[in-house]
Ligand binder design. Sequence first.
Ligand code: ATP
Ligand code: MG
Length: 332
Amino acid sequence: MTKKGRILTGDRPTGQLHLGHYVGTLANRVRLQDEYEVFLLVADYHSLTTHPNKEDASATRPNSRELVLDYLAVGIDPEKTTIYRQSDVPSVTELCLIFAMLVTVPRVERIPTLKEVMDAQHIEQPSLGLLTYPVLQAADILHLRADLVPVGKDQESHVELTREIARRFNTLYGELFPEPAALIGEVPTLMGTDGQGKMSKSIGNAIMLADDAETVRQKVMSMYTDPKRIRADIPGTVEGNPVFQYHQAFNANKAEVAELEERYRAGKVGDVEVKKKLIVALNNFLDPIRERRAKNAAKPGLVDEILAAGADKVRPISADTVRRAREMMGLI
Ligand code: ATP
Ligand code: MG
């Protein structure tokens, strides 16, 4: 089958994947595996932008394994999708260096994720690496000359910068790069269990795809809901309430969700009932994912083989793009 184009997207190996990843980007990756040539990046260098110390840096290795197991668990097929680790393909950093000359410092300082990440992770001064994180991301996308980038809403501004960099390169040196489009998931931003912002793996407000049923129960029971509802007979707000956002995203029983919303708004249902039904819905959704995960985790060498094959496939594509870029610039 002729493919419609190329997809590149990825995740930082800072921990396991969560429900936000699923609705923000994983579901699209799985859905488009047949139509597109899909590449998934385990972005270990990106992890260093916020976690540069030795302990966190070396944790990217076991975390990479968890990430790949999560991919397989949600239905990524390694026969169709190429999975590779960023640091296994060093030529991407060469392209990042070239791109860094095409972007001003105020431009990267204006990217909204910078302030969000600094606030969330209590970083007072960004390192140069954190500042140029979206430039490396542009190189990740463009060294494979990808057309489509399935990401959560928080990453949209990074794809916009990638488009600007592609345009700038093409104008200065000649047409080499496509201007990739972002593909935002069905739920652009899934809130955290704390209701404070987006679910993030490094903030501790996430329900992981690998969480067992008891962990899911505990996390849901302590979730933030409408704070004004101190009694079940007080009318509640569904909008901006993470418990209902999760119901809408993961409860397959749509009639139950509609009925719960109606009763909640009328002050005719307690939070405990709404949460108990969410626990059932989430565990139904997660059960097959957990099963596939356990099966693959028991296969020794599987993840290493997938990552080695991925790097072997990506290296020549990347090297070819970088060589062409240097040629067009008149460097060779
Ligand atoms: P970290 O806290 O380490 O930054 P993260 O949870 O933000 O982790 P990333 O690896 O930065 O995860 O993001 C991977 C992909 O998942 C990106 O495309 C991002 O937009 C998407 N994503 C992450 N969190 C959410 C969310 N809560 N809702 C929707 N999409 C999300
Ligand atoms: Mg993030």
